[in-house]
Design a protein around this ligand. Structure first.
Ligand code: MV4
Length: 495
Protein backbone atom coordinates (compact mmCIF):
# COMPACT_ATOMS: atom_id res chain seq x y z
CA UNK A 1 0.00 0.00 0.00
CA UNK A 2 1.06 3.59 -0.58
CA UNK A 3 2.55 5.63 2.24
CA UNK A 4 1.29 9.01 1.03
CA UNK A 5 -1.24 10.19 -1.59
CA UNK A 6 -1.52 13.72 -2.97
CA UNK A 7 -5.06 14.81 -3.80
CA UNK A 8 -5.05 17.10 -6.85
CA UNK A 9 -8.50 18.50 -6.20
CA UNK A 10 -10.56 20.57 -3.79
CA UNK A 11 -13.85 20.68 -1.90
CA UNK A 12 -15.98 17.71 -1.01
CA UNK A 13 -14.22 15.23 -3.31
CA UNK A 14 -10.83 16.07 -1.80
CA UNK A 15 -12.27 15.27 1.64
CA UNK A 16 -13.92 12.12 0.28
CA UNK A 17 -10.55 10.85 -0.99
CA UNK A 18 -8.77 11.80 2.25
CA UNK A 19 -11.35 9.87 4.25
CA UNK A 20 -10.52 6.77 2.23
CA UNK A 21 -6.80 7.40 2.78
CA UNK A 22 -7.29 7.71 6.53
CA UNK A 23 -9.15 4.40 6.73
CA UNK A 24 -6.35 2.77 4.75
CA UNK A 25 -3.66 4.26 7.00
CA UNK A 26 -2.32 6.32 4.09
CA UNK A 27 -1.16 9.91 4.68
CA UNK A 28 -3.00 12.53 2.63
CA UNK A 29 -1.59 15.68 1.07
CA UNK A 30 -3.77 18.61 0.03
CA UNK A 31 -2.81 21.27 -2.48
CA UNK A 32 -4.87 24.47 -2.27
CA UNK A 33 -5.22 27.68 -4.25
CA UNK A 34 -5.30 31.17 -2.73
CA UNK A 35 -9.12 31.11 -2.67
CA UNK A 36 -9.07 27.81 -0.76
CA UNK A 37 -6.71 28.89 2.03
CA UNK A 38 -9.52 28.55 4.58
CA UNK A 39 -11.10 25.46 3.06
CA UNK A 40 -12.03 22.43 5.12
CA UNK A 41 -10.15 20.00 2.87
CA UNK A 42 -6.85 21.82 3.43
CA UNK A 43 -7.36 21.53 7.20
CA UNK A 44 -8.47 17.88 7.00
CA UNK A 45 -5.32 16.75 5.16
CA UNK A 46 -2.26 15.46 7.01
CA UNK A 47 -0.18 17.96 5.03
CA UNK A 48 -1.26 20.91 2.89
CA UNK A 49 0.65 23.06 0.40
CA UNK A 50 -0.27 26.25 -1.40
CA UNK A 51 -0.18 25.82 -5.20
CA UNK A 52 -0.91 29.29 -6.48
CA UNK A 53 -3.51 31.70 -7.69
CA UNK A 54 -7.22 31.03 -7.55
CA UNK A 55 -7.90 30.63 -11.27
CA UNK A 56 -7.77 26.87 -11.98
CA UNK A 57 -5.20 27.26 -14.78
CA UNK A 58 -2.71 28.59 -12.22
CA UNK A 59 -3.44 26.03 -9.50
CA UNK A 60 -5.58 22.89 -9.85
CA UNK A 61 -4.69 22.52 -13.54
CA UNK A 62 -0.98 23.23 -13.10
CA UNK A 63 0.51 19.77 -13.65
CA UNK A 64 4.11 20.94 -13.26
CA UNK A 65 3.47 22.54 -9.88
CA UNK A 66 1.42 19.60 -8.60
CA UNK A 67 4.08 17.11 -9.69
CA UNK A 68 6.79 19.21 -8.04
CA UNK A 69 4.96 19.21 -4.70
CA UNK A 70 4.15 15.50 -4.98
CA UNK A 71 7.85 14.70 -5.44
CA UNK A 72 9.09 17.06 -2.75
CA UNK A 73 6.66 15.77 -0.10
CA UNK A 74 7.40 12.14 -0.95
CA UNK A 75 3.95 11.12 -2.24
CA UNK A 76 3.68 7.73 -3.97
CA UNK A 77 0.49 8.52 -5.87
CA UNK A 78 -1.82 11.29 -7.07
CA UNK A 79 -5.62 11.08 -6.91
CA UNK A 80 -7.25 13.53 -9.35
CA UNK A 81 -10.87 13.29 -8.08
CA UNK A 82 -13.38 14.47 -10.71
CA UNK A 83 -13.15 17.57 -12.93
CA UNK A 84 -9.88 19.53 -13.21
CA UNK A 85 -7.16 17.01 -14.26
CA UNK A 86 -9.27 13.85 -13.84
CA UNK A 87 -9.54 13.18 -17.58
CA UNK A 88 -6.34 14.86 -18.69
CA UNK A 89 -4.07 12.24 -20.25
CA UNK A 90 -1.03 14.53 -19.79
CA UNK A 91 -1.21 14.05 -16.02
CA UNK A 92 -0.86 10.30 -16.54
CA UNK A 93 2.07 10.78 -18.89
CA UNK A 94 3.82 13.12 -16.44
CA UNK A 95 3.22 10.66 -13.61
CA UNK A 96 4.82 7.87 -15.64
CA UNK A 97 7.87 10.08 -16.31
CA UNK A 98 8.28 10.80 -12.60
CA UNK A 99 7.62 7.28 -11.34
CA UNK A 100 4.46 8.52 -9.64
CA UNK A 101 1.33 6.33 -9.60
CA UNK A 102 -1.91 7.89 -10.83
CA UNK A 103 -5.11 6.64 -9.24
CA UNK A 104 -7.01 6.06 -12.47
CA UNK A 105 -6.79 4.34 -15.84
CA UNK A 106 -3.87 4.71 -18.28
CA UNK A 107 -3.39 7.88 -20.30
CA UNK A 108 -4.04 6.08 -23.58
CA UNK A 109 -7.45 4.81 -22.39
CA UNK A 110 -8.39 8.31 -21.17
CA UNK A 111 -7.43 9.70 -24.56
CA UNK A 112 -9.36 7.04 -26.53
CA UNK A 113 -12.56 7.51 -24.47
CA UNK A 114 -12.31 11.31 -24.73
CA UNK A 115 -12.81 11.06 -28.48
CA UNK A 116 -16.43 10.11 -29.19
CA UNK A 117 -15.81 8.60 -32.64
CA UNK A 118 -12.88 6.52 -31.38
CA UNK A 119 -14.83 5.26 -28.36
CA UNK A 120 -17.91 4.45 -30.44
CA UNK A 121 -15.82 2.54 -32.99
CA UNK A 122 -14.05 0.57 -30.25
CA UNK A 123 -17.36 -0.31 -28.59
CA UNK A 124 -19.04 -1.39 -31.84
CA UNK A 125 -16.06 -3.65 -32.59
CA UNK A 126 -16.27 -5.10 -29.07
CA UNK A 127 -19.93 -6.00 -29.63
CA UNK A 128 -21.40 -3.37 -27.28
CA UNK A 129 -24.65 -1.90 -28.67
CA UNK A 130 -24.13 1.62 -30.05
CA UNK A 131 -26.64 4.19 -31.34
CA UNK A 132 -27.41 3.66 -35.07
CA UNK A 133 -25.34 6.03 -37.19
CA UNK A 134 -21.74 6.51 -38.23
CA UNK A 135 -18.50 6.12 -36.39
CA UNK A 136 -16.40 8.12 -38.77
CA UNK A 137 -16.18 11.85 -39.37
CA UNK A 138 -18.46 13.48 -41.96
CA UNK A 139 -16.43 14.73 -44.93
CA UNK A 140 -19.05 15.82 -47.49
CA UNK A 141 -22.60 17.13 -47.34
CA UNK A 142 -23.73 14.50 -49.89
CA UNK A 143 -22.42 11.77 -47.62
CA UNK A 144 -24.23 13.29 -44.61
CA UNK A 145 -27.53 13.49 -46.53
CA UNK A 146 -27.22 9.80 -47.49
CA UNK A 147 -26.44 8.68 -43.94
CA UNK A 148 -29.29 10.73 -42.44
CA UNK A 149 -31.71 9.34 -45.03
CA UNK A 150 -30.69 5.77 -44.27
CA UNK A 151 -31.03 6.05 -40.46
CA UNK A 152 -34.15 8.24 -40.70
CA UNK A 153 -34.94 11.59 -39.08
CA UNK A 154 -34.61 12.93 -36.47
CA UNK A 155 -30.84 12.69 -36.35
CA UNK A 156 -28.26 14.37 -34.15
CA UNK A 157 -24.97 15.90 -35.27
CA UNK A 158 -22.26 15.55 -32.62
CA UNK A 159 -18.70 16.80 -32.31
CA UNK A 160 -16.25 13.94 -31.85
CA UNK A 161 -14.28 15.95 -29.31
CA UNK A 162 -17.52 17.09 -27.62
CA UNK A 163 -18.72 16.55 -24.11
CA UNK A 164 -21.00 18.03 -21.51
CA UNK A 165 -23.58 18.77 -24.20
CA UNK A 166 -21.36 21.23 -26.10
CA UNK A 167 -21.23 20.65 -29.85
CA UNK A 168 -24.52 18.86 -30.56
CA UNK A 169 -27.49 19.67 -32.78
CA UNK A 170 -30.66 17.79 -33.51
CA UNK A 171 -32.02 17.76 -37.03
CA UNK A 172 -35.65 16.97 -37.86
CA UNK A 173 -35.54 17.27 -41.67
CA UNK A 174 -33.09 17.32 -44.55
CA UNK A 175 -33.39 21.12 -45.03
CA UNK A 176 -31.77 21.73 -41.63
CA UNK A 177 -28.94 19.25 -42.06
CA UNK A 178 -26.32 21.41 -43.84
CA UNK A 179 -26.69 24.28 -41.38
CA UNK A 180 -26.53 21.92 -38.41
CA UNK A 181 -23.34 20.32 -39.67
CA UNK A 182 -21.70 23.66 -40.38
CA UNK A 183 -22.63 25.15 -37.02
CA UNK A 184 -21.56 22.04 -35.07
CA UNK A 185 -18.26 22.02 -36.94
CA UNK A 186 -17.57 25.65 -36.15
CA UNK A 187 -18.54 25.29 -32.47
CA UNK A 188 -16.32 22.21 -32.24
CA UNK A 189 -13.41 23.92 -33.93
CA UNK A 190 -13.46 26.87 -31.55
CA UNK A 191 -14.31 24.91 -28.38
CA UNK A 192 -12.09 21.85 -28.87
CA UNK A 193 -9.76 22.69 -31.77
CA UNK A 194 -11.18 19.73 -33.70
CA UNK A 195 -14.05 20.21 -36.15
CA UNK A 196 -14.75 16.47 -36.71
CA UNK A 197 -18.49 15.69 -36.45
CA UNK A 198 -20.56 12.53 -36.86
CA UNK A 199 -24.25 11.69 -37.21
CA UNK A 200 -26.52 9.30 -35.37
CA UNK A 201 -30.19 8.58 -34.79
CA UNK A 202 -31.69 11.05 -32.30
CA UNK A 203 -33.40 9.25 -29.42
CA UNK A 204 -36.23 11.54 -28.35
CA UNK A 205 -36.95 10.78 -24.69
CA UNK A 206 -34.18 8.50 -23.50
CA UNK A 207 -33.22 7.68 -19.93
CA UNK A 208 -29.62 8.13 -18.86
CA UNK A 209 -28.55 4.92 -17.11
CA UNK A 210 -24.92 4.34 -16.25
CA UNK A 211 -22.92 1.44 -14.83
CA UNK A 212 -20.10 1.67 -12.33
CA UNK A 213 -17.26 -0.56 -13.34
CA UNK A 214 -14.05 -1.45 -11.53
CA UNK A 215 -11.03 -3.29 -12.88
CA UNK A 216 -7.76 -4.25 -11.20
CA UNK A 217 -4.33 -4.72 -12.75
CA UNK A 218 -4.64 -8.52 -12.58
CA UNK A 219 -7.34 -8.84 -15.22
CA UNK A 220 -10.39 -8.81 -12.94
CA UNK A 221 -13.21 -6.58 -14.20
CA UNK A 222 -16.63 -6.26 -12.56
CA UNK A 223 -19.60 -3.94 -12.68
CA UNK A 224 -20.95 -2.46 -9.47
CA UNK A 225 -24.55 -1.88 -10.50
CA UNK A 226 -26.38 0.96 -12.14
CA UNK A 227 -27.37 4.57 -11.53
CA UNK A 228 -30.13 6.58 -13.15
CA UNK A 229 -29.11 10.17 -13.88
CA UNK A 230 -31.98 11.45 -16.04
CA UNK A 231 -32.80 14.37 -13.72
CA UNK A 232 -30.48 17.02 -15.10
CA UNK A 233 -30.62 20.55 -16.40
CA UNK A 234 -28.38 21.85 -19.17
CA UNK A 235 -26.24 18.72 -18.80
CA UNK A 236 -25.73 19.32 -15.08
CA UNK A 237 -27.04 16.38 -13.10
CA UNK A 238 -29.23 17.36 -10.16
CA UNK A 239 -30.61 14.07 -8.81
CA UNK A 240 -29.21 10.57 -9.21
CA UNK A 241 -30.53 7.28 -7.88
CA UNK A 242 -29.54 3.65 -7.66
CA UNK A 243 -30.96 1.37 -8.83
CA UNK A 244 -32.77 2.89 -11.80
CA UNK A 245 -36.55 2.68 -11.21
CA UNK A 246 -36.80 0.53 -14.34
CA UNK A 247 -34.00 -1.86 -13.39
CA UNK A 248 -34.69 -5.58 -13.11
CA UNK A 249 -32.24 -8.36 -12.27
CA UNK A 250 -32.43 -9.46 -15.90
CA UNK A 251 -31.77 -5.99 -17.37
CA UNK A 252 -28.93 -5.35 -14.90
CA UNK A 253 -27.32 -8.58 -15.98
CA UNK A 254 -27.54 -7.65 -19.67
CA UNK A 255 -26.43 -4.02 -19.29
CA UNK A 256 -23.80 -4.96 -16.71
CA UNK A 257 -22.36 -7.58 -19.06
CA UNK A 258 -22.18 -4.94 -21.82
CA UNK A 259 -20.42 -2.53 -19.44
CA UNK A 260 -17.87 -5.19 -18.43
CA UNK A 261 -17.35 -6.10 -22.09
CA UNK A 262 -16.75 -2.41 -22.86
CA UNK A 263 -14.16 -2.11 -20.07
CA UNK A 264 -12.38 -5.38 -20.88
CA UNK A 265 -12.12 -4.60 -24.59
CA UNK A 266 -9.91 -1.59 -23.84
CA UNK A 267 -7.97 -3.18 -20.94
CA UNK A 268 -9.52 -0.68 -18.58
CA UNK A 269 -8.13 -0.38 -15.07
CA UNK A 270 -9.42 1.35 -11.92
CA UNK A 271 -12.90 2.89 -11.52
CA UNK A 272 -14.94 4.00 -14.51
CA UNK A 273 -18.47 4.57 -15.69
CA UNK A 274 -20.13 3.27 -18.83
CA UNK A 275 -23.01 5.55 -19.81
CA UNK A 276 -25.98 4.24 -21.75
CA UNK A 277 -29.05 5.80 -23.27
CA UNK A 278 -32.11 3.64 -22.69
CA UNK A 279 -35.05 3.99 -25.05
CA UNK A 280 -38.08 1.77 -25.70
CA UNK A 281 -36.53 -1.30 -24.13
CA UNK A 282 -33.17 -0.99 -25.87
CA UNK A 283 -29.92 0.42 -24.51
CA UNK A 284 -26.97 1.94 -26.33
CA UNK A 285 -23.42 2.87 -25.32
CA UNK A 286 -23.14 6.66 -25.07
CA UNK A 287 -19.81 7.54 -23.46
CA UNK A 288 -17.31 6.23 -20.98
CA UNK A 289 -16.14 8.36 -18.06
CA UNK A 290 -12.64 7.52 -16.94
CA UNK A 291 -12.86 8.91 -13.41
CA UNK A 292 -14.65 8.57 -10.10
CA UNK A 293 -17.92 10.46 -10.52
CA UNK A 294 -19.77 12.98 -8.37
CA UNK A 295 -22.64 10.51 -7.87
CA UNK A 296 -20.49 7.54 -6.74
CA UNK A 297 -21.91 7.58 -3.17
CA UNK A 298 -25.31 6.17 -4.18
CA UNK A 299 -23.51 3.10 -5.50
CA UNK A 300 -21.55 2.82 -2.26
CA UNK A 301 -24.76 3.02 -0.25
CA UNK A 302 -26.64 0.24 -2.07
CA UNK A 303 -23.66 -2.12 -2.50
CA UNK A 304 -21.63 -1.38 0.64
CA UNK A 305 -18.43 -1.02 -1.37
CA UNK A 306 -16.09 1.90 -0.67
CA UNK A 307 -15.30 2.82 -4.28
CA UNK A 308 -12.56 5.31 -3.46
CA UNK A 309 -10.77 2.88 -1.16
CA UNK A 310 -10.97 0.26 -3.93
CA UNK A 311 -9.52 2.79 -6.39
CA UNK A 312 -6.51 3.39 -4.15
CA UNK A 313 -6.02 -0.32 -3.40
CA UNK A 314 -6.17 -1.19 -7.10
CA UNK A 315 -3.69 1.58 -8.00
CA UNK A 316 -1.27 0.17 -5.41
CA UNK A 317 -1.41 -3.17 -7.25
CA UNK A 318 -3.89 -5.06 -5.08
CA UNK A 319 -6.67 -7.27 -6.39
CA UNK A 320 -10.24 -6.01 -6.47
CA UNK A 321 -12.23 -6.71 -3.29
CA UNK A 322 -14.97 -8.83 -4.76
CA UNK A 323 -16.02 -11.11 -7.55
CA UNK A 324 -19.09 -10.26 -9.64
CA UNK A 325 -21.23 -12.76 -7.73
CA UNK A 326 -20.32 -11.03 -4.43
CA UNK A 327 -21.96 -7.78 -5.55
CA UNK A 328 -25.60 -7.25 -4.71
CA UNK A 329 -27.90 -4.27 -4.50
CA UNK A 330 -29.80 -3.65 -1.27
CA UNK A 331 -32.60 -1.12 -1.12
CA UNK A 332 -32.51 2.25 -2.86
CA UNK A 333 -30.30 5.35 -2.69
CA UNK A 334 -30.92 8.89 -3.93
CA UNK A 335 -28.53 11.82 -4.18
CA UNK A 336 -29.53 15.47 -4.40
CA UNK A 337 -26.86 17.96 -5.40
CA UNK A 338 -27.07 21.02 -3.19
CA UNK A 339 -25.69 23.92 -5.21
CA UNK A 340 -25.33 27.60 -4.36
CA UNK A 341 -27.75 28.52 -7.14
CA UNK A 342 -31.15 30.17 -7.24
CA UNK A 343 -33.54 27.59 -8.72
CA UNK A 344 -36.23 30.29 -8.99
CA UNK A 345 -33.94 32.36 -11.23
CA UNK A 346 -32.84 29.84 -13.84
CA UNK A 347 -30.31 28.34 -11.39
CA UNK A 348 -28.15 31.47 -11.45
CA UNK A 349 -24.99 30.94 -9.36
CA UNK A 350 -25.34 32.47 -5.90
CA UNK A 351 -21.96 32.32 -4.19
CA UNK A 352 -21.41 34.05 -0.87
CA UNK A 353 -20.96 33.45 2.83
CA UNK A 354 -22.84 30.64 4.56
CA UNK A 355 -24.08 32.49 7.63
CA UNK A 356 -26.01 29.57 9.11
CA UNK A 357 -25.49 25.87 8.53
CA UNK A 358 -26.99 22.72 9.96
CA UNK A 359 -26.85 19.48 8.01
CA UNK A 360 -29.46 16.73 8.36
CA UNK A 361 -28.84 13.44 10.12
CA UNK A 362 -30.65 10.40 11.39
CA UNK A 363 -31.09 6.95 9.91
CA UNK A 364 -30.07 6.47 6.30
CA UNK A 365 -28.67 9.95 5.71
CA UNK A 366 -25.19 10.84 4.39
CA UNK A 367 -23.89 14.32 3.61
CA UNK A 368 -20.67 14.76 1.63
CA UNK A 369 -19.62 18.38 1.81
CA UNK A 370 -16.63 20.65 2.01
CA UNK A 371 -18.30 23.60 3.74
CA UNK A 372 -18.94 24.81 7.28
CA UNK A 373 -20.72 27.66 9.03
CA UNK A 374 -19.27 31.08 8.14
CA UNK A 375 -17.47 29.62 5.11
CA UNK A 376 -17.42 31.79 1.99
CA UNK A 377 -18.01 29.92 -1.26
CA UNK A 378 -15.36 31.08 -3.73
CA UNK A 379 -16.50 32.32 -7.14
CA UNK A 380 -13.71 30.57 -9.06
CA UNK A 381 -15.06 27.04 -8.97
CA UNK A 382 -18.30 25.08 -9.31
CA UNK A 383 -21.26 25.95 -7.12
CA UNK A 384 -21.78 22.62 -5.36
CA UNK A 385 -22.11 23.01 -1.58
CA UNK A 386 -22.75 19.39 -0.75
CA UNK A 387 -24.34 16.13 -1.79
CA UNK A 388 -27.24 14.86 0.27
CA UNK A 389 -27.55 11.11 -0.03
CA UNK A 390 -30.22 8.92 1.55
CA UNK A 391 -30.91 5.21 1.68
CA UNK A 392 -34.26 3.47 2.03
CA UNK A 393 -35.42 -0.14 1.89
CA UNK A 394 -37.62 0.83 -1.03
CA UNK A 395 -37.59 3.73 -3.50
CA UNK A 396 -40.65 5.14 -1.78
CA UNK A 397 -38.97 5.07 1.62
CA UNK A 398 -35.88 6.73 0.13
CA UNK A 399 -38.00 9.56 -1.36
CA UNK A 400 -39.83 10.11 1.95
CA UNK A 401 -36.52 10.09 3.78
CA UNK A 402 -35.05 12.59 1.30
CA UNK A 403 -38.02 14.90 1.93
CA UNK A 404 -37.43 14.59 5.67
CA UNK A 405 -33.68 15.21 5.33
CA UNK A 406 -34.26 18.21 3.06
CA UNK A 407 -36.66 19.63 5.65
CA UNK A 408 -33.89 19.45 8.28
CA UNK A 409 -31.23 21.03 6.07
CA UNK A 410 -30.61 24.68 6.99
CA UNK A 411 -28.32 26.79 4.83
CA UNK A 412 -28.50 30.53 5.40
CA UNK A 413 -26.75 33.31 3.51
CA UNK A 414 -26.89 31.84 0.02
CA UNK A 415 -29.72 30.58 -2.17
CA UNK A 416 -29.56 26.85 -2.82
CA UNK A 417 -31.17 24.13 -4.92
CA UNK A 418 -32.94 22.74 -1.82
CA UNK A 419 -36.38 24.16 -2.87
CA UNK A 420 -35.98 22.47 -6.27
CA UNK A 421 -35.31 19.11 -4.62
CA UNK A 422 -38.25 19.53 -2.23
CA UNK A 423 -40.50 20.25 -5.22
CA UNK A 424 -39.11 17.23 -7.08
CA UNK A 425 -39.74 14.88 -4.16
CA UNK A 426 -43.41 15.93 -4.33
CA UNK A 427 -43.70 15.45 -8.09
CA UNK A 428 -46.15 12.61 -8.92
CA UNK A 429 -44.25 11.73 -12.11
CA UNK A 430 -40.94 11.61 -10.22
CA UNK A 431 -42.53 9.44 -7.54
CA UNK A 432 -43.90 7.17 -10.27
CA UNK A 433 -40.40 6.83 -11.73
CA UNK A 434 -41.52 8.27 -15.08
CA UNK A 435 -38.14 9.74 -15.92
CA UNK A 436 -36.32 10.84 -19.06
CA UNK A 437 -33.50 13.29 -19.77
CA UNK A 438 -36.02 16.06 -20.55
CA UNK A 439 -37.96 15.67 -17.27
CA UNK A 440 -36.90 19.03 -15.76
CA UNK A 441 -37.74 20.97 -18.95
CA UNK A 442 -41.01 19.10 -19.48
CA UNK A 443 -42.11 19.78 -15.87
CA UNK A 444 -40.75 23.33 -15.71
CA UNK A 445 -44.07 25.05 -14.91
CA UNK A 446 -45.17 22.58 -12.25
CA UNK A 447 -41.77 22.58 -10.56
CA UNK A 448 -41.70 26.41 -10.48
CA UNK A 449 -45.14 26.57 -8.86
CA UNK A 450 -44.27 23.91 -6.30
CA UNK A 451 -40.98 25.67 -5.50
CA UNK A 452 -42.79 28.91 -4.74
CA UNK A 453 -45.01 27.06 -2.27
CA UNK A 454 -41.96 25.41 -0.71
CA UNK A 455 -40.13 28.72 -0.25
CA UNK A 456 -43.20 30.25 1.42
CA UNK A 457 -43.53 27.28 3.80
CA UNK A 458 -39.82 27.38 4.60
CA UNK A 459 -39.85 31.03 5.62
CA UNK A 460 -41.60 30.31 8.94
CA UNK A 461 -39.42 27.34 9.79
CA UNK A 462 -36.21 29.22 9.04
CA UNK A 463 -37.28 32.21 11.14
CA UNK A 464 -37.75 29.86 14.09
CA UNK A 465 -34.40 28.18 13.52
CA UNK A 466 -32.44 31.39 13.03
CA UNK A 467 -32.21 31.95 16.79
CA UNK A 468 -30.03 28.82 17.08
CA UNK A 469 -27.38 30.50 14.94
CA UNK A 470 -27.13 33.69 16.99
CA UNK A 471 -24.39 34.00 19.61
CA UNK A 472 -25.69 33.13 23.12
CA UNK A 473 -25.51 36.75 24.31
CA UNK A 474 -27.75 37.89 21.50
CA UNK A 475 -30.22 35.06 22.11
CA UNK A 476 -30.35 36.00 25.80
CA UNK A 477 -30.93 39.64 24.92
CA UNK A 478 -33.71 38.77 22.50
CA UNK A 479 -35.33 36.37 24.99
CA UNK A 480 -35.22 39.10 27.66
CA UNK A 481 -36.66 41.69 25.30
CA UNK A 482 -39.49 39.38 24.26
CA UNK A 483 -40.17 38.55 27.92
CA UNK A 484 -40.35 42.25 28.84
CA UNK A 485 -42.66 42.91 25.94
CA UNK A 486 -44.95 40.02 26.89
CA UNK A 487 -45.30 41.08 30.53
CA UNK A 488 -45.85 44.69 29.47
CA UNK A 489 -48.56 43.52 27.10
CA UNK A 490 -50.14 41.37 29.81
CA UNK A 491 -50.24 44.20 32.36
CA UNK A 492 -51.67 46.44 29.63
CA UNK A 493 -54.48 43.90 29.10
CA UNK A 494 -55.28 43.67 32.83
CA UNK A 495 -55.82 47.41 32.88
C1 MV4 B 1 -27.94 11.83 -27.53
C2 MV4 B 1 -29.29 12.05 -27.19
C3 MV4 B 1 -30.25 11.50 -27.99
N1 MV4 B 1 -29.91 10.76 -29.07
N2 MV4 B 1 -27.64 11.10 -28.62
C4 MV4 B 1 -26.07 14.74 -24.24
C5 MV4 B 1 -24.70 14.82 -23.70
C6 MV4 B 1 -23.89 14.15 -24.71
N3 MV4 B 1 -22.72 13.62 -24.15
C7 MV4 B 1 -24.81 13.12 -25.30
N4 MV4 B 1 -26.12 13.62 -25.11
C8 MV4 B 1 -27.20 13.12 -25.74
N5 MV4 B 1 -26.94 12.33 -26.82
C9 MV4 B 1 -28.61 10.58 -29.35
N6 MV4 B 1 -28.30 9.85 -30.43
C10 MV4 B 1 -29.57 12.83 -26.06
C11 MV4 B 1 -28.53 13.36 -25.33
C12 MV4 B 1 -28.91 14.12 -24.18
C13 MV4 B 1 -28.62 13.68 -22.89
C14 MV4 B 1 -27.92 12.51 -22.62
C15 MV4 B 1 -27.64 12.11 -21.33
C16 MV4 B 1 -28.05 12.88 -20.27
C17 MV4 B 1 -28.74 14.03 -20.48
C18 MV4 B 1 -29.02 14.45 -21.78
C19 MV4 B 1 -29.74 15.63 -21.99
C20 MV4 B 1 -30.02 16.04 -23.25
C21 MV4 B 1 -29.59 15.31 -24.36
Amino acid sequence: MFNKVLIANRGEIAIRVMRACRELGVKSVAVYSDADKNSLFAKYADEAYSIGESVPAKSYLNIEKIMDIAEKCGADAIHPGYGFLAENSNLGKECEKHGMKLVGPSGSVIEAMGDKITSKKLMRKAGVPVIPGTDKGISTIEEAVEIAKSIGYPVIVKASAGGGGIGMRTVYEEDELIRAIESTQSVAASAFGDSTVFIEKYLEEPRHIEFQIMADEHGNTIHIADRECSIQRRHQKLIEESPSPIMTEELRERMGAAAVKAAKSIDYTNAGTVEFLYSHGDFYFLEMNTRIQVEHPITEIVTGIDLVKEQIKIASGKEICCAQEDISVMGHAIECRINAEDPLAEFAPNPGKITGYRSPGGIGVRVDSGVYMNYSIPTFYDSMISKLIVWGRTRNEAINRMERALSEYVILGVKTTIPFHKAMMRSPDFRAGKLNTHFVDQHHKGIMEEMKRVVQEDKERVDRLKSTFLPNKKVAAITAAVGNYMSAAQSQQKK
